[in-house]
Design a protein. Sequence first.
Length: 265
Amino acid sequence: MDLGLAGAKAVVQGGTQGMGRSAAECFAADGANVAVLARTQADIDATVARLLELGAPDAVGLRADITSYEEVRAAFAQIGERWGGELNILVNATGPGAGGPFEQLTDDDWQAMIDLGAMGMIRCVRAALPLLRAAGWARIVNVSAHSTKRQSPGLVAYTAAKAMVTSVTKNLSQSLAPDEILVNTVSPGSFATENFKGWARSVGIDPDDLYACMRGIEEHFGHPAYLPRAGDPDEIGPVIAFVASRRNSYMTGADINVDGGSDFT
């Protein structure tokens, strides 16, 4: 499906791994210019090379710590200079990590989760808004999580940060509607990202066996899905790409679940 992204300008925060990279690759394959924001230069270099290989007319990677507004602001200033002061798409894909049970979390743990998992998104939106408003069309997609609807004691801080992402996104969809900037969340279920694979190895699960991963998720977190396996990050990139594209012309304020099926009970 042609998403109408030829020549579009897209930024993917957290675009060098997992779901963010999957989305970035979809944008590139559809002919968009793509910038990725991340902290690890080796990952940035490898991702940019892949985006160019897939067909992005322009691809750039910028090192930025999203817990620092000055670094975020500087990154978007560079993007604005490179792309004529316009931006069509912003995807915020960085996750805050899993955390732990409530009793084990300190004030610093909570602050770190919220700072990375929610405030990072807020900083990027704030810095990107002038560029988005200057474009002829614009979309914001924030990656939340299905755990905001299915609680787990081991994910309490993670869930709180992602719930903040969902709430702020809903509010932005209303406040930015007069500018016709569409703002949505995509909420993944259990996907075998690199962070998840690290957890799987720590509990003796083969991280490449998606069926074994889902059995582990049910056992440890109580979050089964209708489908008997975990998701691959490449399965969510196309969803993010559609929601961020011109083909999505009337959906805003939505929270799209991509979770293998669940009643959220």
